[in-house]
Design a protein around this ligand. Structure first.
Ligand code: KIV
Ligand code: ZN
Length: 513
């Protein structure tokens, strides 16, 4: 697509709307990892967070601005001046900053949530957009719950937003209520009636009825030229429209859409795995584009067709989305170069110091197991290398777990806390239960175990065991991951990691533990 009018801008909101998903809790270092990969994927806009919502979000936006150079970095804000100011401050120094302001326009939101009249909403939009334009040149306005708003009112609101200085106008289907044909017509009618050339129309579709991608594509057919989406469709409730599905639809059926994106689609698979590993949200095997079965042909007739000509059953190639087909393995003869290349292909970005530590650990692992799979590498990178908690309150020093048939499992754990070793022992229903009870005796507070999962990093018998834990204390949640050739050690590491993150989040929110 040579003409820029034919390009659809990809606005990624994995770090903002995606991070709002239940049970997702990324720290700044993880957000930066994802942002770096989004940059390599060549998204047009990264929405890095909602700075006024928490000190953690503010810090993450600042860090993304400092370390990543995508074309545009956006930060979300309500219409309140303090939100807009926080967004502007967090974005300071960005090569191209965008403040993204939203206010609801549907009757139900205005009456029950905002308790505002139409006139008040109009006034608020005008002044908020003008205020933001005093800080940055690029302002986006979103009419939250647009798909359930009256079209006449929306036309008024968008016209005013443009006259006040907004250059991107977003039509969200906030609750995933729209139907594709209806939504396409709705967007087309708004664009025509507002009739302001030079602005970019955008959509932001949620997936409550599984139609987020279909609605986004229908809007593109009606002239929308920015799609807001997330990797793996992560997001509030049933999620947001999935970026990989929208982009591959536009790419595969450019004949139908007459539009394409600038995305390097060969990075989809690694980006999807990175986001899944860091968020702990698994990708369903049959997920379009990035599921492990997305290119698996099982039926004999299909396999026969594939052998004759791949196009019989493949509308796009696995290579085009970076799907490796099989897991690649490294071993003790693999050198630093091969290891670094693998790490990069998996979507991870190491500092020199992290790269050194990662290679050292890789060599230790090679002594323990013959082959090191991609899954193993991803597990130890996320557990041991890229986690960045400025201060760790507890470190695992030692553990011993005894399980005997007929007897109750017992665990003894030694943690280091403020340079002091503390050892406790406990009996439990199982070895993990015993270990967690022993840790709880050491802690000065009692977090609730909100989620616990263990899995193996590959199908090999000597694969690493990976544990994922979510702890809750008051209204603060924190995730922890652990990976080890010993699954009990992995579960203990995951728990301690979550404890350390709880401390960190609590301190940021000035909650006493
Ligand atoms: O779903 C929504 O309406 C949003 C807005 C903030 C764009 O996330
Ligand atoms: Zn949303």
């Amino acid at each position: 697509m040579g003409d820029s009018g034919e390009f659809v801008r990809v606005f990624d909101t994995t770090l903002r709307d995606g991070e709002q998903a239940a049970r997702v809790n990324l720290n700044t270092g993880e957000k930066v990892q994802i942002a770096r990969q989004l940059e390599r994927l060549r998204v047009d806009i990264i929405e890095a967070g909602f700075p006024a919502s928490s000190p953690g979000d503010f810090d993450a936006v600042r860090q993304v601005v400092a370390e990543v150079r995508p074309p545009i970095i956006a930060a979300l804000a309500r219409t309140k001046e303090q939100d807009i100011t926080a967004a502007g401050e967090a974005l300071a120094g960005a090569a191209h900053a965008r403040i993204h302001i939203f206010l609801a326009t549907s009757p139900i939101h205005m009456e029950y949530k905002l308790k505002m009249t139409k006139d008040e909403v109009l006034k608020e939009v005008g002044s908020a957009v003008k205020f933001a334009r005093g800080i940055v040149r690029d302002v986006e306005f979103s009419a939250e719950d647009a798909s359930r708003s009256e079209i006449d009112f929306l036309v008024e609101v968008f016209t005013l937003a443009i006259e006040s200085g907004a250059t991107t106008l977003n039509i969200p289907d906030t609750v995933g209520y729209a139907m594709p044909l209806e939504f396409g017509d709705f967007c087309g009618a708004i664009i025509k009636r507002v009739n302001k050339p030079g602005v970019t129309w955008s959509v932001h579709c949620h997936n409550d009825l599984g139609l987020g991608v279909a609605n986004s594509l229908s809007a593109v057919r009606s002239g929308v030229r920015q799609v807001e989406c997330t990797i793996n469709g992560l997001g509030e409730r049933a999620g947001n429209a999935s970026m990989e599905e929208i982009v591959m639809s536009l790419r595969t059926r450019s004949d139908h859409f007459g539009a394409d994106t600038r995305i390097d689609t060969t990075k989809f698979f690694s980006t999807s795995k990175l986001v899944s590993n860091l968020t702990g949200v698994l990708v369903q095997p049959n997920k379009a584009i990035v599921g492990v079965n997305a290119f698996a042909h099982e039926a004999g007739i299909h396999q026969h067709g594939m052998l004759c000509n791949r196009a019989t059953y493949e509308i796009m190639t696995p290579e085009s989305v970076g799907s490796p087909g099989t897991d690649l393995h490294l071993g003790k003869h693999s050198g630093r170069h091969a290891f670094n290349e693998r790490v990069e292909n998996l979507g991870y970005h190491m500092t020199t110091e992290q790269g050194e530590r990662a290679f050292e650990y890789f060599k230790v692992l090679c002594d323990k197991k013959k082959e090191v799979s991609d899954g193993d590498i991803e597990a130890f990178l996320t557990d041991r290398i890229i986690d960045v908690i400025p201060e760790r309150n507890y470190e695992l020093k030692d553990f011993a777990v005894t399980v005997a048939s007929g007897g109750k499992p017992t665990a003894s754990i030694t943690l280091v806390h403020k340079d002091q070793e503390i050892t406790e022992a406990a009996v439990g229903n199982g070895p993990v239960d015993a270990a967690y009870k022993a840790i709880l005796k050491i802690l000065s507070f009692e977090p609730e175990l909100a989620e616990f999962r263990i899995r193996s990093t590959s199908e090999l018998a000597d694969a690493l065991g990976e544990a994922h834990v979510i702890l809750r204390y008051k209204d603060i949640k924190a995730q922890g991951r652990g990976a080890s050739t010993d699954i009990i050690e992995a579960t203990i590491r995951a728990y301690i990691e979550a404890v350390n993150r709880l401390y960190h989040s609590a301190a940021a929110r000035e909650v006493k533990i």
